[in-house]
Design a protein around this ligand. Structure first.
Ligand SMILES: [Ca+2]
Ligand SMILES: [Ca+2]
Ligand SMILES: [Ca+2]
Length: 570
């Protein structure tokens, strides 16, 4: 059998009989934790050594992170994306959060990422990404309703209080790239740019009638008297003069230009949709800081999920986060969505946004999601030994938020790349039990979902997403009770991979995770001689027997085909 090249991890080089191959980083992390007992409860900050010079260079400048700086809820915690694209629009969402908060806390959820809470142009139907009024949290009669899709301002604040009472932190979804649904238009000189190369101007200057005037007549200046004018934006994709949409117009007044430090897709990917906010404009930066500080205090927020950062001037969120952390005095957590499957781009973005303790942020591990998607479609032929290749989990786990699925990747959505049902327990087993990363559970994976929408081919589909609550609950419990201490990784086989956690002083049990995308089988893995003589049981109850740990600290653990088992000690 041909095997892929591997790296021998130094912590495991004394193991006999079998080739034990590990993802380099997790192995090093394991060594690190073994060397220093006091650090076993916190995520590893060890920087991987890497042969790719570009990655090596950026890892070098990123350096290690002082784990004292990490918010408490992230330490062995779990965040949950508490919505999906097709969440019910009956206005009861915030009430559900309030109702379920204690149960979620009991299950092991420590933070909730809630959907955008401010009024979108679609009013009571808007998922929240078509931002109209950042100050309207379901309080003003605008865009056809007082409430948002999720409920009213009072219900929102009540949900946050209930979550806090249960010990759960709240992360707000921050969507600042664009605004949609202006109250009026302005005539603005503009030029058309090539949709696929935004740096290429393809017309003379002419006047467009742009929806850029946001005056919020029903709010009447409450909380803020700031109104948005055309010059706070860089461009639009609709000219009301001739009804011509689907065209990218760049405003053509002095100093107007697409913001720099954005993704280079389409030449310059500043423009995504709607009225594109101009982060070069000082009034914009000033206003968004004021709003961020108001929102953080008003809703008692603990952190942020930041939308679409590859379309926003690099460096803006450095300034924004610094200002909010300084003014609130809170250790606000931040994870940004830079949706790209090239880990080098993610690392470079992180490098731009982690140059001091007050502007740090994490990123979603999009490449890991992509690997899960590919593996789930591989019919067993995916090389599971490579499941962590090219991921943040591998290279910079301290700033990785790991996920299986989200509201964009779910079926029929913009970045549709679903992880097939059978693979979800395996993927959640990896993100919830490994030392690396801060895991995120997706609402629709937990509760299931049924919805109907048009696919890319224009046909209507009904989608039924199965609830994986039972297995996710079991994995959450295993994380809370057993996923501690040094990790030993066995990413050494096309089908069957696994890792162990040794446990620590406060959680001494120990754990061995093993899974297969092909036939079932077994693996001899090291959990440490402190477990010698103990019998490990399968927390997922696929097997009735228990696995006895030998005097050298090894056990032979089993998994069924296309399945996962999690063996835990007493
Ligand atoms: Ca600009
Ligand atoms: Ca932009
Ligand atoms: Ca395989």
């Amino acid at each position: 059998m041909i095997r892929r090249p591997f790296l021998m991890a130094k912590c495991q080089s004394n193991l006999r009989g079998t080739l034990y191959v590990a993802a380099l980083l997790t192995a090093l992390a394991g060594c690190q934790a073994e060397d220093d007992d006091n650090r076993q409860d916190v995520p590893s900050t060890q920087v991987a050594t890497e042969t790719d010079p570009e990655i090596a260079e950026v890892l070098e400048t990123l350096g290690e992170v002082d784990t004292q700086q990490l918010p408490d809820e992230t330490l062995n915690g779990v965040m949950m994306q508490y919505f999906h694209w097709y969440s019910s629009g009956d206005g009861q969402h915030w009430n559900q959060v309030a109702e379920n908060a204690q149960d979620l806390a009991d299950k092991g959820i420590t933070a909730l990422w809630l959907p955008p809470a401010y009024k979108g142009s679609g009013g009571g139907y808007d998922v929240g990404y078509a931002v109209y009024d950042l100050y309207d949290l379901g309080e003003f009669n605008a865009k056809g309703s007082v409430r948002t899709k999720y409920g009213t301002k009072d219900q929102y604040l009540n949900a946050i209080n209930k979550a806090h009472d249960a010990g759960i932190s709240i992360y707000a979804d921050i969507v600042l790239n664009h605004m949609i649904g202006a109250d009026g238009t302005a005539n603005v000189p503009a030029r058309v740019v090539d949709k696929y190369n935004r740096n290429r101007i393809v017309s003379d200057v002419f006047e467009v009638e742009a929806y850029t005037e946001f005056t919020f007549p029903s709010r009447k200046g409450k909380y803020s008297d700031f109104t948005w004018k055309w010059y706070h934006f860089d461009g639009v994709d609709y000219n009301n003069k001739n009804g011509q949409g689907d065209t990218v117009y760049l405003f053509a007044t002095e100093g107007k230009a697409w913001d720099q430090g954005v993704s280079s897709e389409n030449g310059n990917y500043d423009y995504l949709m709607g009225a594109d906010v101009d982060f070069d404009h000082p009034e914009v930066v000033d206003q968004l800081k004021k709003w961020g500080n108001w929102y953080t205090e008003f809703a008692n927020l603990d952190g942020f999920r930041i939308d679409a950062v590859k379309h926003i001037k690099s460096g803006f969120y450095n300034e924004w986060l610094y200002d909010l952390r300084a003014k609130s005095g809170k250790n606000l957590f931040a994870v940004a969505e830079y949706w790209d499957y090239d880990v080098k781009k993610l690392l470079r973005y992180l490098d731009d946004h982690n140059n001091n303790d007050n502007n740090n942020m994490s990123l979603f591990d999009a490449p890991l999601h992509k690997n899960f998607h590919d593996a789930s479609r591989g019919g067993g032929f995916y090389d599971m030994g490579s499941i962590l290749n090219n991921t943040l989990t591998k290279y910079y786990p301290i700033r990785a938020v790991t996920l299986v699925e989200n509201h964009d990747t779910q079926p029929l959505q913009m970045l549709e790349s679903p992880v097939e049902d059978w693979f979800k327990p395996l993927a959640y087993g990896i993100i919830l039990l490994q030392e690396a990363g801060y895991p995120n559970v997706f609402h629709a994976d937990y509760y299931g979902a049924t919805y109907r929408d048009k696919g890319r081919d224009g046909n209507e589909y009904t989608i039924n997403l199965k609830s994986h609550k039972d297995v996710i609950d079991q994995l959450l419990a295993a994380r809370r009770d057993y996923a501690y201490g040094a990790q030993h990784s066995y990413y050494d086989h096309w089908d069957i991979i696994g890792f162990t956690r040794e446990g620590n002083a406060s959680h001494p049990g120990g754990l061995a995770m093993i899974l297969s995308d092909g036939p079932g089988g077994e693996k001899r893995m090291y959990v440490g001689p402190q477990h010698a003589g103990k019998c490990f049981k399968d927390a997922l109850k696929k097997f009735d027997h228990c696995v006895t740990i030998d005097s050298s600290g090894h056990g032979v653990f089993q998994t069924r085909g296309g399945d996962i088992s999690v063996w835990v000690g007493e």
